[in-house]
Design a binder for this molecule. Structure first.
Ligand code: SF4
Length: 436
């Protein structure tokens, strides 16, 4: 902390929406500010500065950002309100019109908040600083360390894919990353700060290496060679980037967990083509089979978007049949949301909001069935659980290697430690298995 900093003892409140990458970046910004003398406000205290890191993946996300801005503005009426993140990059003018907003910063400007705060004068109107994202080659490393147990390490940013429903490349720019050496150093830093588990996160994580001429698989191997007691999870990886070699490697690796999150988006080849995805359903099914053959206990979460333009009733029925045939553990279901600047808008056929809701409910019900079956199959088996610090009603939780949520009575001495346990029956609200 620099003694003569103009920000000494200033109070700041953060609000983050969206993906793990956003949380990692807010953490990095938080570190910059605390190094300059800022303190996080405690409940009931008035902040001098409010920082909102936004998401714009759907209309609902934009709406939630506006709600957060209004709420923080009511709670901290005298604070300087700074809005950044993907919504700020895509619609800065819209945000600058919201009452109480003082500073709107694009994705490139996110990490120079201190400079912009220092140069901010008492202008009535909101000031916007937002440069074109497309030309950005700048990779800003970030790691969230909010929870003592699990750290989210940003290893990649941006995306060079152009899925027809998605605005993320417009908000985050080209695929880029730090070098393998720098990334391993960031992981070692997190381990030195007490991390027992690190989640590798990005926008198109498997595309790591694009800006340094390296490969994601080589990063996995470099991290796996670390001598420490550390668990790694891959937050999400495109099916076409998850190679069979990588699956075989994770199956025998010391540090990488048998837990995969893979976006499918649709179970219909016709719809996958309309989305301009880079695989078909047969290739996706083979990937699942490869994982389950190499790691029968692996947890597999799959993203699906329902109600995209062109998804007729018949195509949805085919997709549902395909998804139901997969040996997976959970679905993350999203309802399609029209996004400005995306080519999917050119498709005439539209699914009504009522029908989108119906399809989403169908897949949520299927997901519940899949997750229950996966957990049921774990009862009586042995696993290594990492106990977390969060506890409620005298109970603490933790996750096994294959991402089974376990619960036991709270014991402070177990926080952030890994133990071999036998998985018992369901707890009362079917949110975890008890430890015998
Ligand atoms: S891979 Fe497709 S869906 Fe994912 S961020 Fe890139 S463009 Fe969007």
């Amino acid at each position: 902390m620099t003694d003569n900093s103009v920000f000494n003892n200033k109070k700041v409140v953060f609000h983050t929406l969206g993906c793990k990458l956003n949380f990692a970046e807010t953490s990095a910004i938080g570190k910059q500010l605390s190094d300059e003398g800022f303190f996080k406000v405690r409940p009931g205290e008035q902040a001098d500065v409010c920082i909102i890191n936004t998401c714009s993946v759907t209309d609902t996300a934009d709406h939630k950002c506006r709600q957060a801005i209004n709420r923080l503005n009511r709670q901290h009426p005298n604070a300087i309100m700074v809005v950044t993140g993907c919504y700020a990059q895509l619609k800065p003018e819209e945000i600058s019109m919201i009452a109480g907003v003082d500073l709107v910063l694009g994705a490139n400007e996110k990490f120079s908040i201190l400079d912009h705060l220092q140069n901010l004068d008492n202008n009535q109107n909101a000031v916007v600083h937002r440069s074109e994202i497309a030309a950005t080659h700048d990779f800003k490393p970030s790691c969230s360390r909010d929870d003592r147990t699990r750290f989210f390490l940003k290893v990649q940013d941006g995306c060079d894919y152009h899925c027809t429903y998605c605005t993320i490349p417009l908000a985050r720019g080209k695929s880029r990353n730090a070098s393998i050496d720098e990334t391993v150093k960031m992981a070692q830093q997190a381990i030195a700060e007490g991390a027992k588990e690190i989640v590798l996160t990005g926008i198109n994580t498997g595309d790591f290496g694009k800006s340094t001429g390296e490969k994601f698989f080589d990063l996995v191997k470099a991290l796996d060679a670390l001598p420490d007691e550390i668990r790694f999870r891959i937050s999400s990886i495109e099916p076409n980037l998850l190679t069979d070699d990588m699956i075989a490697y994770v199956a025998q690796s010391k540090h990488f967990m048998p837990h995969f999150h893979i976006p499918l988006q649709s179970g219909s080849n016709e719809v996958l083509q309309l989305m301009k995805r880079r695989y078909n359903k047969e290739m996706f099914a083979n990937k699942i089979e490869s994982i389950k053959t190499a790691m029968p206990e692996a947890f597999i979460g799959v993203d699906v978007i329902v109600g995209v333009k062109g998804e007729t009733d018949e195509l949805f029925a085919n997709a549902l049949e395909f998804i139901s045939s997969l040996d997976i553990s959970q679905l993350h279901v999203f309802s399609y949301s029209e996004r400005a600047g995306t080519t999917m808008l050119e498709i005439e056929h539209t699914v009504s909001n009522t029908e989108r809701k119906r399809r989403s409910d169908v897949l949520h019900a299927l997901s519940d069935k899949m997750t229950k079956a996966f957990y049921q199959n774990q009862i009586g088996k042995t696993a290594n659980v990492l106990w977390e610090s969060t506890h409620k009603d005298d109970k603490m939780v933790g996750f096994t290697e294959n991402y089974v949520r376990l619960e036991r009575s709270f014991d402070k001495s177990l926080v952030n430690s890994i133990h071999t346990v036998k998985m018992g029956d369901w707890n009362q609200d079917y949110s975890a298995l008890k430890v015998e």
